[in-house]
Design a protein. Structure first.
Length: 320
């Protein structure tokens, strides 16, 4: 079992870097969607991240060896690629309809679904704190969607469609993460994400309109570059954080992502209203978001007390 270095200050700093980057991501994507379609944006995200991670692995002489692949691993990589591609596309499609705050709250379902998948597939167990966290999380969702519950269940309008897309994104991410737990027996986390991003780039290339990049001004080119690098840089900080701090505590910090998104979007919309629009939230909706975050944190911290503990090698890649 992996043991952290004990340098918790460094681990906390790196976890915060990851949280801020993932908090900024839907804001950047929301603005970018005004200029590009989801398929093209996702292609550039996959290609850019694969390039950066590939160069890093090459420099470290740690590129995955083709000779290690067999028929079973090819099948697992194929399923992982399809589900992660679906996660990226459904996330950005949902973002286009439901906006950043709702997107970040709903995507918190992903680690919850993953944990339940672990209960069923890997016979893991929930601690009492995890069950309490899950109940609080569910209450938070009800509070967050208090004024739209009827709309959600009647499936009327773009908003409910967007929420449904994010729900699908959460499910596909959880499936991907469960498969990755199997792949980690053979490859490192960076090697896995490099292979999947490379395969995903090839998958998206035929449907992406590459020339859309010519229509972007300097600001939107920067947003595309940021979105492309976000996966590589954020995951690098995330993986390094796990070297110095317990996985449960890193995950608890990452649960703050919705708060980071709402706060940063509010600041950016005040200074740059021509590019960013803040989604007005009621006090009850904000309370719901905070309760969702609390439930996510308790569920993450409860892992430390669960009978089947996650080691470094078992921690899934959190991709958005």
């Amino acid at each position: 079992m992996h043991k952290s270095s004990g340098r918790w200050q460094l681990g906390l700093s790196l976890a915060l870097v990851t949280t801020i980057l993932w908090g900024l991501l839907p804001i950047a994507l929301d603005a970018l969607l005004k200029k590009m379609d989801p398929w093209t944006i996702t292609f550039y995200r996959f290609f850019g991240a694969a390039l950066v991670i590939g160069l890093y692995l090459f420099a470290k002489n740690k590129l995955p060896q083709r000779s290690l692949l067999n028929k079973r691993l090819v099948i697992l990589f194929s399923i992982a690629t399809i589900t992660l591609c679906a996660n990226y596309v459904f996330f950005i499609m949902g973002l286009n309809l439901a906006k950043p705050a709702t997107t970040q709250v709903m995507i918190q379902l992903a680690p919850m679904i993953l944990l339940f998948g672990g209960l069923v597939i890997f016979k893991e167990t929930f601690s009492r704190l995890q069950w309490i966290g899950f109940i609080i999380f569910f209450i938070g969702l009800l509070l967050f969607f208090n004024h739209r519950i009827t709309q959600l269940f009647t499936a009327r309008g773009d908003y409910s469609t967007g929420v449904f897309y994010i729900f699908i994104a959460a499910i596909t991410w959880a499936i991907y993460a469960l498969i990755q737990k199997q792949l980690l027996q053979y490859f490192s986390g960076l090697a896995i994400i490099f292979i999947i991003l490379t395969m995903g780039s090839l998958l998206f290339f035929p449907v992406a309109e590459i020339t859309q990049i010519k229509q972007l001004d300097a600001f939107h080119l920067f947003l595309l570059f940021f979105a492309s690098m976000n996966t590589a840089i954020a995951y690098g900080a995330f993986a390094e954080a796990l070297q110095h701090w317990e996985a449960s505590r890193v995950s608890a910090v990452l649960s703050l992502t919705p708060i980071i998104t709402v706060t940063l979007l509010h600041v950016l919309s005040n200074h740059y209203p021509q590019w960013f629009q803040f989604e007005a939230l009621s006090q009850l909706t904000i309370l719901g978001m905070l309760v969702v975050v609390l439930g996510s944190m308790l569920t993450a911290l409860g892992r430390a007390k669960a009978k089947s503990k996650l080691t470094l090698e078992q921690v899934p890649l959190i991709a958005e």
